[in-house]
Write a protein that binds this ligand. Structure first.
Ligand code: UDP
Length: 475
């Protein structure tokens, strides 16, 4: 029998794929350090996570780690048929609906697995309102930001950006001539047109998202005992020296790699991966030859662009593994891909085991939307990126990838240029795959990532500090 857990953490992710995955990784990091974890998804996502894991054999195979993990679902306050992509509404409704459901979980006995009472909490920064109930109980509480520290620093520094005339009171960029600004003398330049909330072409929605993000970040900084980020110090060194208005502690990259040995565990995916198809395809391909194409969980592409991408991949002559998520291109006829790809040497899947794919030696580059998790996963596996950002923080990440770390290329120089043609794709892929400098630099960052996760690494030391905080006697 297992010894009693040394602490019991409740973990509350924001209900999106790019948040549930890193928070689940953090859950396993804590479990490996002797914790039990109650992982709270919204009912909507809980169903998806459980179904995806059951499909992969996950929930039937309780290992010692699984015995320490309790999955709990709460209602998000939306109706069954409501549009959960309407984030403005979802955020407002969750803030009302979830806190009363958290109270009994915080005060309960720890469920049937008898994990004991919750003794500490980690919330997503996007759910920082949940820290009120944590503080009332005097429990230690941390907040994890699932994107880059640079973006969090912008949110925390928004008041200063308003004072400096970079953005107006509602987050709209002001300096139309020269949009470049810096958070401090030492941090890299950023572009005010591409701040995380300026993406929807709908000023009302942007304004609301700006206020939601900045108030979440401020609340997290004020109420959490510690502010965490899935990054590491060499990626954003200047950002981590900004101690005001809050210190951000890097604990990444969160993928421990140990999950390769635990594939049957619940890992928080919303879609089931077909590991065998993907990985056996990669096994057949020459070293560094495969183009991996995936745009994360939210991006939508026009059917015309999707078709052009299919032609571009074929024309490149490279083997490819392409994730066409259900919903990526609206109502695309299913016969389309078969017809376009019939002669190709690529495969198309609905959802890939991305970490394993990027770790595979056959993969030569990653065509990515530059989501933060994808960016970090590519770095920790040393894979050069061809950047194709769509919205939110992806443009900021692209600047880091292409201009600061110089480990990738931009698919297009400026956005809004219409359809990216197959000729451009072929040219960029060729350029990227021949660029030895990019390969060397991404390799170097991969080594930094490994060092950070090693026993003496800085991210590991930070994670140990989190554990210490979480296990301190109650105040
Ligand atoms: N992912 C995956 N399989 C896929 C596509 C994506 O496992 O086929 C994972 C990916 O590894 C990452 C997450 O989904 O952990 C996407 O997060 P990211 O921040 O890159 O993008 P978002 O979905 O938030 O736009």
């Amino acid at each position: 029998h297992d010894a009693a857990p040394r602490a019991h953490a409740l973990i509350l992710p924001y209900p999106a794929q790019g948040h549930v995955i890193p928070l689940m990784e953090l859950a396993y990091c804590l479990i490996d350090r002797g914790f039990a974890v109650t992982f709270v998804n919204t009912e909507h996502n809980h169903r998806r996570v459980v179904a995806a894991a059951a499909g992969a054999g996950g929930v039937q195979a309780p290992g010692s780690r699984a015995r320490r993990l309790r999955l709990v679902a709460v209602a998000d306050g939306m109706g069954d048929g409501d549009d959960r992509d309407n984030l403005v509404r979802l955020n407002a409704v969750m803030e009302e609906a979830i806190p009363p459901q958290l109270e009994p979980i915080l005060d309960g006995a720890g469920g049937e697995g008898q994990l004991g009472k919750v003794t500490c909490v980690v919330v997503d920064v996007g759910m920082s309102w949940a820290l009120d109930a944590v503080k009332r109980r005097g429990l230690p509480g941390a907040a994890l930001w699932a994107a880059s520290a640079a973006v969090l620093a912008v949110l925390l520094g928004a008041q200063k950006l308003i004072r400096d005339g970079v953005i107006d009171d509602d987050g709209a960029p002001l300096k139309l001539e020269n949009n470049s600004f810096r958070l401090s003398e030492f941090t890299p330049p950023m572009d005010a047109t591409f701040l995380a909330w300026n993406f929807m072409g709908n000023r009302d929605a942007e304004r609301m998202v700006f206020h939601y993000l900045t108030s979440s970040a401020r609340a997290a900084a004020a109420k959490a005992d510690i502010l965490l980020c899935n990054s590491f110090v060499e990626l954003e060194p200047a950002i981590f020296t900004l101690k005001s208005p809050a210190t951000i502690l890097p604990i990444g990259p969160l993928r421990t790699g140990q999950r390769f040995a635990h594939q049957v565990e619940v890992v928080g995916h919303f879609w089931q991966t077909n590991d065998d198809t993907c990985l056996s395809f990669l096994d057949e391909q020459p070293y560094g030859s495969v183009v991996y194409v995936a745009f994360g969980s939210l991006t939508i592409m026009s059917p015309g662009q999707l078709k052009e991408l299919a032609l571009g991949l074929e024309a490149s002559g490279h083997p490819f593994l392409w994730v066409v998520r259900p919903g990526l291109a609206g109502n695309l006829p299913t016969s389309f891909l078969d017809a376009t790809m019939g002669q190709g040497k690529g495969i198309v899947v609905e959802w890939a085991p991305q970490e394993q794919v990027l770790a595979h030696p056959a993969v030569g580059c990653f065509v990515t939307h530059c989501g933060w998790n994808s960016t970090v996963e590519s770095i920790r596996n040393g894979v050069p990126m061809l950047c194709w950002p769509y919205f939110t923080d992806q443009f900021t990440n692209q600047i880091y990838i292409c201009d600061i770390w110089r480990i990738g290329l931009k698919m297009v120089q400026t956005c809004g240029e219409g359809i990216v043609t197959k000729e451009i794709m072929v040219e960029r892929l060729k350029e990227l795959l021949l660029d030895e400098g990019i390969k060397e630099r991404v390799q170097r960052l991969k080594e930094f990532a490994e060092t950070n996760m090693s026993e003496e690494g800085e991210s590991t030391r930070n994670l140990n500090a989190v554990v210490e905080l979480m296990t301190r006697p109650m105040s």
